[in-house]
Design a protein around this ligand. Sequence first.
Ligand code: ZN
Ligand code: ZN
Length: 219
Amino acid sequence: MNISFTALGHGECEQCESFKLHDHDQNDLQPDCSICNAFAIHKQKYSEARIQYNDHKENPLPDTFYYSADMEKVIMMPRMEMFKRNANSGRVVVEEMKQEDFYEWEDNSSTSKINRTVPRPYMKDMVEVVATRGKLTLSYRTRFTSDETHVMDFTKKKLTKKNIVKRPNSIPNLRGISTNRKSQITQNLLELMPENRRPFWVNLVENDKSADLRTTVDD
Ligand SMILES: [Zn+2]
Ligand SMILES: [Zn+2]
């Protein structure tokens, strides 16, 4: 199966979108503009990510599976239906994420530990995170082109290897939005949306028990 990256379209990434909406364009990057600067770094990172993705596809290590997901798109649209799995045959398989693939992990991170870490780790800066079986730390890189690795020791003191052997349950139901809210959106807004966005709203799960995020903070 041959899958290639499609060019990112409008509204598919928050950073590209905010860049497009401001006054300068790609051929006119202003060194003293924070949006231009953020975009320049973003562009380098996504270009490097594509090189990495193609390299994994073309030169896979034996016995290794590569998973890739577009985190920028997830931020823009809460929809992670697909995972690209790059088997070592060089084949790319697209897998659908199902309800049972999401778990109710307990939050055992320590905010004070994270805040004391230098540099403070931010997810937006990470391009690669490595978890190693048996370790309570994660290591990450902020650029694909640099070998500099940061180690993150971020778990609560009480957490030991012994008490995390238990795998949590899958989430019991999908979050969704209320039936009423969904029908408002599909009746009033669907027509205004580009056609490729409509199935997301049409297929969105209904769940009247979920908090309305416009008025409540969900936890
Ligand atoms: Zn972007
Ligand atoms: Zn600018």
